[in-house]
Design a binder for this molecule. Structure first.
Ligand SMILES: C[S@@+](CC[C@H](N)C(=O)[O-])C[C@H]1O[C@@H](n2cnc3c(N)ncnc32)[C@H](O)[C@@H]1O
Length: 268
């Protein structure tokens, strides 16, 4: 699905030099059964040796597939054909490339700019609570919760996004948001630490593993919240969350999307 969050024509292939290891691994592993992507990615890598070097060293486990891709690229292509391949890859990886441009992410992703914080704050009482936001991105949920909470830990595996949130904290003199590295699979906190553990657009690759990790760090009587932003997508309630004991809240976004938010009180 294309979201048009970025204009690939305006983006340098060097933006891939800003990617973290997990993103490089995902790009190199997850798309290798998509022939059109492989054809274009092999050209883009072969004709951008700095990016190829960075990928192979940043993510050594992907080096064999990177070497294969480079070896299969056609030789002596003209600059126009190389750029066509680069644009194809940038477009195809739009949802990852946008993480390397947090300003663009904040302004062009509808789920961020079209969202109202009331949709989070009505899900729980955040006042004076210790809150964890997992996969914070640009901090949509973290900064909203921080207006009420005692402290919010914004955990985010992408370096560019962590630095974006830190710049915002400095610029706006925010005192109660702490930015940390971490993934939903391995949350860097002790058991039973938080009153509220929240995320948006993060859970979904492996529900059992992710929800058991979210549950581990929430205190008994605390909440796990899944609060996506507002977009124009038509969707049904998430059966995977419902069957794991989440209740849902529904509204229609300004652009006509079906927005489901989820909450579960954890009793241990
Ligand atoms: C679509 S963005 C959503 C950002 C933010 N939660 C929001 O809703 O505005 C997904 C975020 O999850 C992060 N992410 C990707 N894989 C992750 C993982 N395994 N664990 C935690 N966060 C992850 C990405 O870096 C990105 O910031």
């Amino acid at each position: 699905m294309r979201f048009n969050w970025i204009n690939a024509e305006e983006i340098s292939f060097n933006s891939f030099l800003l990617m973290d290891r997990w993103l490089v691994r995902m790009i190199c592993n997850n798309y290798l059964d998509w022939q059109e992507f492989i054809d274009n990615f092999s050209i883009a890598l072969a004709y951008n040796p700095t990016v190829a070097w960075y990928f192979a060293h940043r993510c050594p486990e992907s080096k064999p597939s990177i070497d294969n891709l480079i070896a299969m690229a056609p030789k002596n292509l003209c600059a126009v054909d190389v750029r066509k391949a680069e644009v194809f890859v940038i477009d195809a990886m739009e949802t990852s490339v946008v993480y390397t441009f947090p300003d663009i992410m904040e302004k062009s992703c509808d789920y961020i700019y079209d969202w109202d914080k009331k949709y989070l704050l009505e899900l729980a009482n955040f006042t004076d609570k210790l809150v964890l936001d997992v996969g914070s991105g640009t901090g949509r949920l973290a900064f909203a919760a921080a207006e009420k909470a005692k402290r919010v830990y914004a955990s985010e595996p992408t370096d560019m996004l962590r630095e974006y949130m830190r710049d915002k904290i400095k610029c706006e003199n925010i005192k109660n948001v702490i930015v940390v590295d971490g993934t939903v699979e391995q949350i860097p906190y002790e058991d039973n630490t938080f009153d509220i553990v929240m995320s948006g657009h993060v859970v979904g690759d492996d529900y059992d593993r992710e929800i058991s990790e979210l549950t581990r760090v929430v205190k008994s009587g605390g909440y796990i919240i899944d609060c996506i932003g507002d977009d124009n997508r038509k969707r049904k309630p998430n059966e995977e969350l419902l069957k794991r004991g989440f209740e849902f809240f529904y509204h229609v976004s300004k652009s006509g999307g079906d927005i489901y938010r989820y909450r579960k009180m954890v009793i241990k």
